[in-house]
Design a protein around this ligand. Structure first.
Ligand code: SF4
Ligand code: SF4
Ligand code: FES
Length: 285
């Protein structure tokens, strides 16, 4: 149902990726090149609908001759570069990033985190039992979505989605400094007293599950959330004439959350409160 936007042809840039010559369209990132070549570089703060923020540093790769490692998600490919995705230095950097994140936050709902921790031999427990953790109770202050900042890696994606990159609502921002830095509403007010319009666009981009539908939060608490039993059906929102695509995630005949395809030229993965949360009328039991 998605249209493919036409773009002017781009020149190709040739460089070396893990010893193999590759060619990518000018302007591509190293991550684009890695994915085109079938290389699995971990990412967390990168999002296909957002401008990279370089916050998590889990995607670092080594560029021959450069003093520091480069974030693959934002570094553009240049002709003649020699890039190594799997060097000892790059792997060590990813290991350390995963250890720091997993020792201070709860990555239990971050897709692939456990796999990467094993792959890179990360040992989050090596900082000891006294390692500082975020240790926050989930904020459940409305019926639509939950903020569990115990799981927040401060990737800023929600801030960008709520602010200048998509929603222009600016309901949330970073408050505090250093280890006390947190994502917060103004004056840490409950969401219901904030500028939030409940579009849920922050939930859509959150890579860790720190932001989730209340349905998902409740089902996880009850032990009934099971993505393997869920189906996804994409349809068109009937609330107005814009024609947003909605993907309905259904478990046991109930809609449990709603998203939108990121490549949809109307929504780019974003929705308003009606499309995102206005589905209860189709399943009143
Ligand atoms: S639901 Fe929308 S308005 Fe509310 S915090 Fe998230 S992105 Fe901002
Ligand atoms: S709540 Fe999610 S999207 Fe926002 S900064 Fe934390 S991890 Fe990133
Ligand atoms: S994914 Fe590249 S810095 Fe986070």
């Amino acid at each position: 149902m998605s249209a493919v936007p036409l773009q002017p042809p781009r020149r190709l840039v040739e460089f070396t990726l893990d010893g193999e010559p590759v060619r990518v369209p000018e302007g591509s990132t190293l991550l684009d090149a890695c994915r085109a070549a079938g290389k699995d570089v971990p990412t967390l703060c990168q999002g296909d609908t957002l401008t990279p923020k370089n916050a998590c540093r889990v995607c670092m790769v080594e560029v021959e001759g450069a003093r520091t490692l480069a974030p693959a998600c934002s570094r553009r490919a240049e002709a003649g570069m020699e890039v190594r995705t799997d060097s000892e230095r790059a792997r060590h950097s990813r290991k350390l990033v995963l250890e720091l994140l997993a020792s201070s936050t709860d990555l239990s709902t971050t897709p692939r985190a456990a796999e990467w921790i094993e792959e890179y031999g990360a040992e989050p427990g090596r900082f000891g039992e006294d390692a500082a953790t975020v240790a926050e109770e989930p904020k459940v202050d409305n019926d639509l979505y939950v903020r569990d900042y115990d799981k927040c890696i401060l990737c800023y994606k929600c801030v960008d989605a709520c602010g200048e990159q998509w929603q222009n609502t600016f309901a949330i921002a970073v408050a505090g400094r250093g280890f006390d830095a947190r994502i917060s509403t103004e004056h840490d007010a409950p969401l219901t007293d904030s500028a939030c319009v409940y579009c849920g666009n922050c939930i859509e981009v959150c890579p860790t599950g720190a932001l989730s539908f209340k349905t998902e939060f409740d089902m996880r608490e009850a032990g009934t959330w099971d993505e393997e039993r869920q189906t996804e059906t994409t349809t068109v929102c009937a609330y107005c004439g814009v024609g947003c695509n909605l993907t309905l995630h259904v478990q046991d005949n109930d809609i449990v959350k709603v998203s939108s395809p990121h490549d949809n030229p109307v929504t780019h993965g974003n929705l308003c409160i009606k499309g995102r949360f206005g589905y209860q009328h189709v399943q009143q039991h």
